[in-house]
Design a binder for this molecule. Structure first.
Ligand code: AMP
Length: 469
């Protein structure tokens, strides 16, 4: 047995069986380096990127240290964004199946506090959240960290960049002195090293070199003129036809302009940038995740923490001036050994930024002329799914099974024609196969006396409509 097998860690049998069921056979390099010291109770500083398996790297130790019979918060994970917090919580819940009933609660901003308080009152073992909201709960006395055993700072560099340092320090003061602290960060510059030193007790430092040759990412750089950037981006999409792609732009204005242009060409594109209404942002992320939007045109800040399990392409529509950002962008494709395209458009005035990337990543850019793509422009691929927004959620005791039941029963769909179902507090998103979507809606409506915008689920009427791109 190789020493990267999870079996070498002497985990409890049901826990190991669950990992096998999740398809986790060998440890990722970050897990192999961090799990033995983490399970040994040491504090750690680990340099690891999203996609490296870092959630399990801190989650496994945290879960094994907790006592499910004790209804108190024993693990706390701080994350920079809401999306990352959701993603981490889901991964922890999957891992926790191996040890029985563990309650993982997400505390992030942008939503009302009251439901979070109610959930905390029911008892939580692990809290995953953003620093601002965690601090709000501490201030109100609705979160008690006195029994905390494991504290995790995830993406510590991003949290510090986003100005969360003071909040983090205040939260750490509310934690018991005797605890394990694990800090994960993609980068670990000196200022973060100094700022976080007092949160950790004799930490072991772990750096795992990213192996470029294993990443499966083919980087191509395309020379463009000054004024045909939108068209060039559309040509790349038409040529490579990725099932899903993120197109990075440096400004909000460019994101909107490009998303409009691509929609005009028939692509299921949406823009994602800072300062969007939370609801629009949630909607866009839900649609990207459920494949009713396949092209996301985003700024770096807005794209942080997006769950991108199967991204086939990243297109840098504008070159980033920060080589580290560039590497972070393209790291979102070609995950877990799958192949992916990393394409970059560069006008003459941007070549200096490409030089920085070459130096930083120690590689030579492979330049291609746009003309290589040929003139035969294929029509756009619309997204395979459409998203139905249903005005009902957890508050109405709506569950995924209810929706699946209504769609496969009354609406006559096959299970495969129903995509991701996401139930929110007050509203839910369901992805349906585009080809049968209208017919399904008509059957859910069934000539509803309340009007054409209503559908019936489990004998109850809910307002519902398609979300436009
Ligand atoms: P993370 O870096 O935590 O965001 O994890 C990236 C993805 O890799 C997640 O979808 C995990 O479920 C998956 N993953 C984590 N550890 C393993 C492993 N040892 N084997 C296979 N997949 C893994």
């Amino acid at each position: 047995m190789s020493d990267t097998s999870f079996a070498s860690l002497q985990l409890p049998a049901p826990f190991l069986a669950n990992l096998t069921q999740l398809g986790y056979h060998a440890m990722t390099p970050v897990q192999a380096a961090t799990l033995p010291p983490a399970l040994g109770g040491h504090d750690l500083i680990a340099q690891a990127q999203t996609g490296s398996g870092k959630t399990a790297a801190f989650g496994i130790g945290m879960l094994l240290r907790l006592n499910p019979a004790l209804f108190a918060v024993q693990g706390l994970v701080m994350c920079p964004t809401r999306e990352l917090a959701d993603q981490v919580a889901n991964e922890l819940r999957r891992l926790a199946r191996g040890i029985g009933n563990v309650k993982v609660v997400v505390l992030t901003g942008g939503v009302p506090m009251r439901p979070q308080i109610a959930t905390l009152e029911f008892g939580a073992h692990i809290v995953v959240g953003t620093p601002g909201r965690i601090l709000d709960h501490l201030g109100k006395g609705t979160l008690d960290l006195a029994r905390l055993r494991t504290l995790v700072l995830d993406e510590a560099d991003r949290m510090t960049d986003m100005g969360f340092y003071d909040d983090i320090a205040a939260i750490v003061r509310a934690c018991p002195m005797h605890r394990q602290t694990l800090l994960f960060s993609a980068t670990y510059p000196d200022d973060i090293r100094e700022a976080t030193a007092r949160f950790l007790n004799a930490p072991q430092e772990i750096t795992v070199e990213a192996k470029r040759e294993e990443s499966g990412i083919a980087q191509r750089f395309y020379e463009i003129g000054f004024d045909n950037r939108l068209e060039a981006a559309a040509r790349l999409l038409a040529h490579f036809r990725p099932a899903s792609a993120i197109l990075f732009c440096n400004t909000k204005a460019r994101c909107r302009e490009l998303a409009d242009y691509l929609r005009g060409q028939g692509w299921s594109a949406r823009a994602l940038y800072g300062e969007m209404e939370q609801r629009d942002r949630d909607e866009t992320l839900a649609m990207f995740a459920n494949r009713s939007c396949t092209v996301l045109v985003a700024t770096d800040v807005a794209a942080r923490g997006i769950d991108v399990a199967s991204l086939e392409a990243v297109i840098n529509v504008d070159v980033s001036k920060d080589p580290e950002v560039h590497v972070h962008r393209i790291g979102r494709t070609g995950r877990a050994g799958e192949s992916g395209e990393a394409l970059t458009l560069a006008a003459p005035n941007e070549k200096k930024w490409v030089k920085l990337i070459e130096a930083y990543a120690q590689m030579e850019a492979e330049w291609h002329p746009l003309a290589e793509l040929g003139d035969d422009i294929h029509p756009a691929d619309p997204a395979p799914m459409l998203t139905l927004l249903i005005a009902g959620g957890k508050k109405d005791k709506l569950r995924p099974g209810d929706l699946l039941g209504a769609l496969t029963g009354d609406a006559g769909l096959a299970k495969e024609q129903v995509g991701k179902i996401q139930i929110g507090e007050f509203a839910s998103y369901v992805a349906l196969d585009r080809r049968v979507a209208d017919e399904a809606f008509a059957r859910l409506n069934g000539g509803n006396p309340l009007g054409p915008e209503f559908g019936t689920v489990k004998g109850r009427n809910f307002k519902m409509r398609w979300i436009e791109l």
